[in-house]
Write a protein that binds this ligand. Structure first.
Ligand code: ADP
Ligand code: TRP
Length: 321
């Protein structure tokens, strides 16, 4: 089994990225034969057009992954843009991708609705994502629910390619973690870098506290009974708790006597406790730049080898060899 996951360096990583992507993917990587992790810097260009910000975000995410438990002995970590085969395969795949498939992409429509200016890159984003996946013969692609449709599109594109040119590409499957499929942001909508509603994973404690304190709630008073199912503070807090602990906390919400201010403080403490060891590791890694560069160099080398083999198969299948 080969797993693969990508993350866009379009800003600071947040709890949604951690629980929806980084944590489940790292856990899966410890038991799979091989896992590929990459920084989707080409995808970021569809919405982030600021060289300094992109460079900083790319470097920060490498440190984030290593701090969260990425194991360079077992898995592969690389920048998408370092492997030119991604864009070559994207072009070839775009010639078997029906326009209608792209027009149905929910994520594209969402982004446009949120006011992001559509460029051709944003529209063909799912084709590049299909190339990212198919290039490495990945069987399993663990993602948050928001990305499920993109992985299904990669499946459709792989099948279309195989039907047209003969069995060449591995058809991937999405894997969604139901318990954390959509992590809500401070406004209750899906947490996303593009929506300005995030709680950062690392960085200044004060910034994290401020974000948590800004979580939107209803106006129930301290003594009133509260519905944990609809409360964003609870939905976030539950991510740090076992099932039993989660149930106990839900009971406290229901019983009344727990104010939203205190609930937020409890969430902040849970968050700081959970990430304390990772924060320490990240600080140490910041002093070990040679090690970090070596992890990336090796990752790029391994990814390049696999990508070259697949691309050669594809070139032969379509008649470019
Ligand atoms: P963002 O929406 O903040 O730009 P990305 O699109 O870069 O985040 O997402 C990177 C990974 O994190 C993807 O696998 C995505 O499914 C996951 N992810 C992002 N936001 C959430 C969320 N709110 N809940 C669950 N998973 C998420
Ligand atoms: N589109 C993904 C996101 O925004 C990032 C991504 C790019 C990705 N290529 C991928 C995720 C391939 C999984 C597999 O979250």
């Amino acid at each position: 089994m080969r797993t693969l996951s990508g993350i866009q360096p379009s800003g600071t990583l947040h709890l949604g990225n951690y629980f929806g992507s980084i944590k489940p993917n790292l856990e899966l990587s410890y038991t799979s034969n091989q896992s590929y992790f990459f920084i989707a810097d080409l995808h970021s260009l569809t919405t982030l057009q600021d060289a300094v910000a992109l460079r900083m975000a790319r470097e920060a995410i490498i440190l984030d992954y290593l701090a969260c438990g990425f194991d360079p002995e077992k898995s592969v970590l690389y920048y998408q843009s370092q492997i030119p085969e991604h864009t070559e395969l994207m072009w070839i795949l775009s010639t078997v991708t029906p326009m209608g498939l792209l027009e149905r992409a929910v994520s594209y429509k969402d982004k446009v609705e949120k006011g992001i200016k559509a460029n051709a890159g944003l529209f063909s984003y799912p084709v590049l994502m299909a190339a990212d996946i198919l290039l490495y013969d990945a069987n399993i692609v663990p993602v948050g629910r928001d990305q499920k449709q993109h992985v299904e599109m990669a499946r459709d594109i792989a099948m279309k390619f195989n039907n047209t040119f003969g069995e060449t590409l591995t058809v991937p499957e999405p894997k969604i973690r139901e318990d954390s499929a959509v992590v809500p942001g401070t406004d209750g909508q899906k947490m996303s870098k593009s929506y300005g509603n995030t709680i950062p994973l690392f960085g200044d404690e004060k910034v994290i506290k401020k974000a948590i304190m800004a979580i939107v709630t209803d106006s129930k008073g301290v003594e009133e009974s509260k519905d944990s199912d609809t409360c964003t503070i609870y939905k976030l807090h539950r991510l740090f708790l076992s099932k039993e602990e989660g149930k106990k906390l839900a009971d406290r919400y229901k019983a009344g006597g727990l104010g939203y201010g205190d609930a937020k403080k409890m969430l902040f403490d849970a968050c700081m406790d959970h990430f304390a060891p990772m924060r320490r590791k990240r600080e140490e890694l910041m002093k070990k730049s040679a090690f970090v560069l070596e992890v990336l160099r090796e990752g790029n080398q391994k990814a390049q080898k696999t990508a070259s083999l697949t691309m050669e198969r594809v070139r032969k299948a379509v008649g470019l060899r």
